[in-house]
Design a protein around this ligand. Structure first.
Ligand code: GDP
Ligand code: MG
Length: 370
């Protein structure tokens, strides 16, 4: 089948789903249609990205973490970027031959956080409009998405979410706990290890049968139809995101509250700012730092002062071992013990080993053999 035929099929299935009323009698049919649709979209993605290979959509990362700033054109991305990053860090833009991404470094809490100013996305981006495919593919590699919307446009959030969804990006979602073990025979067996509110075993079988013939499927999360389909598609990425409402200086309190309430229903982290008027930027910096789950570790070399100026930047969950690996390999090779003062310690200067989990603002001393 050539690409245009697949695109036609996609369109037909989309129409059919749209026109079918969902009820008990049609849910199997719709489930199957959705699964087919996802498969076809995946096929198109594979073909188009194969054509684009070698153009290098991979982002050159630098700093302690990478954050992508995305949104429709003219919502204030570049304005915000200019306020958050040092001018001399914005030298040179990445040329993905087709899209232009401007990197900058934001220094906050001793961390160097790379911000990427992506070209504006437009409706239809996931189908390739406005270089959308390239942009969406580059976004897949960031540690955090700043999802920027204009306070004046209530529908921006839904429109953008749809484009990201179609491009296989899942914002603020956990990868569902579903195990699919392919087997040689016996058909499809489903075990639900939790109470299912959106799906039942028959529906799961019927969706799964679009992808597998023989398999044991264990479902441990109360997932939706779409989440189940994600399990079978290869190219899904899960990225944390913050919603930024910009240009709050241009709307009334009522309009803003309306937007805020809508986003709150999704229980996404949200911040209102005016990039132009520099409103809310300090809070934004703090939120970026905490959503990246970065930790400041203040090093205290044996017999010396605590270094509060240049903390070691680690990620939540990191251990003394990670600290050693970040500092110098000798710290690990010659490690005797460490002492920690701070939130992760039971008492000041607690003696700990390599597997001790650190917390933000801990003071750490590593003692090595000579
Ligand atoms: N009133 C107001 N205008 C803004 C704000 N942020 C950006 N703008 C303006 O919106 C326009 C587009 O901004 P720009 O940063 O180029 O948007 P981008 O296309 O998303 O990078 C410019 O005229 C900015 O001055 C804001 O917070 N309030
Ligand atoms: Mg711009």
């Amino acid at each position: 089948m050539d690409t245009s035929q697949i695109e036609k099929q996609i369109k037909d299935i989309e129409d059919e789903i749209f026109n079918t009323q969902k009820n008990k009698a049609t849910e199997h049919h719709i489930g199957k249609l959705k699964a087919k649709l996802a498969k076809l979209r995946n096929e198109i993605d594979k073909r188009k990205s194969a054509g684009a290979k070698g153009k290098g959509f991979a982002i050159k990362k630098s700093g302690d973490a990478t954050v992508g700033l995305i949104g429709f054109p003219s919502i204030g991305k570049s304005t915000l970027m200019n306020k958050l990053t040092d001018a001399d860090s914005r030298v040179g833009s990445y040329d993905f031959t087709t899209i232009n991404v401007i990197p900058g470094i934001m220094n906050h809490n001793g961390a160097r956080i790379q911000l990427l100013d992506f070209p504006g996305l437009i409706s239809g981006a996931s189908e390739g409009k406005g270089r959308g495919r390239e942009i969406l593919s580059a976004i897949r590699n960031v540690d955090l998405v700043l999802f920027m919307i204009d306070a004046q446009h209530e529908n921006h959030l839904d429109l953008m979410t749809l484009e990201l969804q179609k491009a296989g990006l899942r914002l603020n979602q956990r990868k569902p706990d579903v195990v699919v073990k392919r087997t040689g025979q016996g058909g499809i067996n489903v075990t639900a290890a939790t109470k299912l509110t959106y799906l039942n075993e028959e529906l799961i079988k019927s969706i799964a049968s679009e992808y597998v013939i023989n398999a044991n499927i264990i479902v441990r999360d109360d997932i939706t139809e779409d989440q189940l389909i994600d399990v079978f598609i290869q190219n899904i990425v899960y990225v944390p995101a913050i919603v930024i409402i910009n240009k709050i200086d241009l709307v009334s309190k009522e309009v803003l509250l309306n937007q805020i309430n809508k986003i709150k229903q999704k229980s996404w982290k949200l911040i209102e700012i005016s990039a132009l008027k520099r409103k809310g930027l300090d809070r934004l910096r703090d939120i970026i730092f905490s959503e990246l789950k970065l930790m400041r570790i203040y090093m205290k070399p044996v017999g010396k002062q605590i270094d509060y100026n240049e903390p070691l930047i680690l990620r939540e969950g990191n251990t003394v071992n990670d600290a050693c690996e970040n500092l110098h390999r000798d710290f690990k090779n010659k490690f005797r013990y460490a002492t920690v003062t701070g939130t992760s310690a039971k008492h000041d200067s607690q003696k700990v080993g390599l597997d001790h989990k650190l917390k933000d603002k801990d003071i750490l001393t590593i003692v090595t053999t000579r």
